[in-house]
Write a protein that binds this ligand. Structure first.
Ligand code: ADP
Ligand code: ADP
Ligand code: MG
Length: 452
């Protein structure tokens, strides 16, 4: 279980974040990169680095064979998968273990069960976690439902419904259906889209919530059955079901609701004997009822807001758990202080969200008290079109929500990025909007006309 050299199977800001955490613990790092990323900072600052292939993710960051070979030639004895890419791939976690490498994450079994959305729902349901009503395309005996049976079942949960891919992720593969006439056609489209995006055509149907807030809880557990939660994050500001701005605490939760959702999160994680860091995602509806969405069995993009209010270094804890250490934190030790907001700054057109790759000609980040930047780019950096458009994450912390909003506004104004379009103007607009300032917003926020 002990390891000394960690291969970081990722790129961008998270590769640097993990590298820093490793070095602080006295661990050596091996970075991997595609030919498109040869000039990246994670490569420059690594103890060792290995080129794993051409730009296409399939041939590089998703190439299990190349990653394991890189571990072998460098003598790495652990692998940190980061987020995205292979982070929730049970086959990869198993392959690491079989090679004698410690996978810095949960057990392959937990990844597998939580990675399949239908299995995950069934698993947490038995632990008493509330679920949206849903319909599977097969009946309880595993037989494919007839068209009439399917329509009847969907009628029972009531339109609108959402078709979701069982193996889906990254906000993709979802389809809203508002009437019985659209159902069969939408299912056909969803199945083929799911097949091409996720390699599986398995889909299911879930009640669609019209005014949802996305609230998630951070879990941390060791391999000896000790588990704590580190509160929630509100990730309701989204575009195309993808998060853009996150904050903690959520302006939507009362202390009682928080307590109930935290208890449900712990129960969900315990249902798979979870260890490592993990996130339980819920939808909170306008009646203050919450429903399990999914569990992400990895470090989350927005983990820094939790770190800012709790003072806990989540990546360090994740590594210590993988080293077989016992959690030293107990639930009462975890104190929440102030308010934190994260803005995901992506290289995109702030109006159309079209990707905007290109060379960053000028880069000057904001600084100051309570301002944190998780970034991997610099002046003259070439933003390549092959990967996620995330450039960096700007995080602020202050005593109260209004102060944190003000701090973020100032930091964004001082942030200079030239050469590519970014979401900075959109974030400034959000921070100035009455709906955001009042805290009364939901996931429709960016798709509705906004008051000036
Ligand atoms: P988080 O809450 O950590 O942002 P996301 O679901 O947005 O979680 O996923 C994190 C990252 O991984 C994002 O960059 C997202 O685009 C990517 N990602 C997650 N799952 C998939 C998937 N199945 N296919 C492609 N990209 C994915
Ligand atoms: P992914 O694995 O792609 O992250 P999730 O199940 O976490 O998929 O859903 C992503 C987003 O899609 C949620 O944050 C929410 O905005 C929206 N969503 C998912 N399920 C529902 C639902 N039943 N009703 C309304 N919105 C939903
Ligand atoms: Mg999700």
């Amino acid at each position: 279980m002990a390891f000394k050299k960690v291969l970081i199977a990722n790129r961008g800001e998270i590769a640097l974040r993990i590298q820093r955490a490793c070095h602080e613990l006295g661990l050596a790092t091996v970075c991997v990169y595609s030919t498109a990323d040869a000039e990246s900072l994670h490569v420059k600052f690594a103890d060792e680095s290995v080129c794993i292939g051409p730009p296409s993710p399939r041939e590089s960051y998703l190439n299990i064979h190349a990653l394991l070979s890189a571990a072998e030639v460098t003598g790495a004895d652990a692998v940190h998968p980061g987020y995205g890419f292979l982070s929730e791939n049970a086959q990869f976690a198993r392959a690491c273990q079989e090679m004698g490498l410690t996978f810095i994450g949960p057990s392959p079994d937990a990844i597998e069960r939580m990675g399949h959305k239908i299995v995950a729902k069934e698993t947490v349901h038995s632990a008493g976690v509330p679920l949206f009503p849903s319909v599977k395309l097969v009946d309880s005996k595993g037989k494919i439902r007839s068209e009439s049976d399917l329509k009847k079942k969907v009628e029972e949960i009531g339109y609108p419904v959402l078709i979701k891919a069982a193996m889906g992720g990254g906000g993709r593969g979802m389809k809203v259906v508002r009437s019985a006439e659209e159902l069969l056609r939408a299912l056909d489209v969803a199945r083929s889209e799911s097949k091409s995006a996720f390699g599986s055509e398995e889909v299911y149907i879930e009640k669609y919530c019209e005014q949802p807030r996305h609230i998630e809880f951070q879990i941390l557990a060791d391999q000896f059955g000790h588990m704590v939660h580190l509160g929630e994050r509100d990730c309701s500001i989204q575009r195309r079901h993808q998060k853009l701005l996150e904050e903690t605490p959520s302006p939507a939760l009362t202390p009682l609701l928080r307590e109930k959702m935290a208890a449900a999160s712990l129960a969900a994680a315990k249902a798979v004997n979870y260890f490592s860091v993990g996130t339980i995602e819920f939808i909170l509806d306008s009646d203050q009822k919450f429903y399990f969405l999914e569990m992400n069995t990895r470090i989350q993009v927005e983990h820094p807001v939790t770190e800012m209010v709790t003072g806990v270094d989540l990546v360090r804890e994740q590594i210590l758990v993988a080293l077989g250490e016992k959690l030293t934190l107990k639930q009462p030790d975890i104190k929440f202080s102030g308010h934190s907001i994260e803005c995901r700054i992506t290289a995109e057109d702030p109006k159309t969200f079209a990707p905007s790759p290109g060379r960053v000609t000028h880069f000057h980040p904001p600084m100051g008290k309570g301002v944190r930047l998780e970034s991997s780019f610099y002046s003259d950096y070439l933003v390549s079109p092959y990967y996620d458009s995330l450039l960096c994450k700007l995080i602020v912390h202050d005593e109260t929500r209004p102060l944190a909003i003000a701090r973020m506004r100032e930091a964004l104004k001082e942030f200079i990025i030239r050469g590519v379009k970014t979401t900075i103007p959109l974030h400034l607009e959000i921070l100035d909007s009455p709906d955001f300032i009042s805290g009364k917003y939901d996931t429709r926020y960016l798709s509705l006309p906004r008051a000036a």
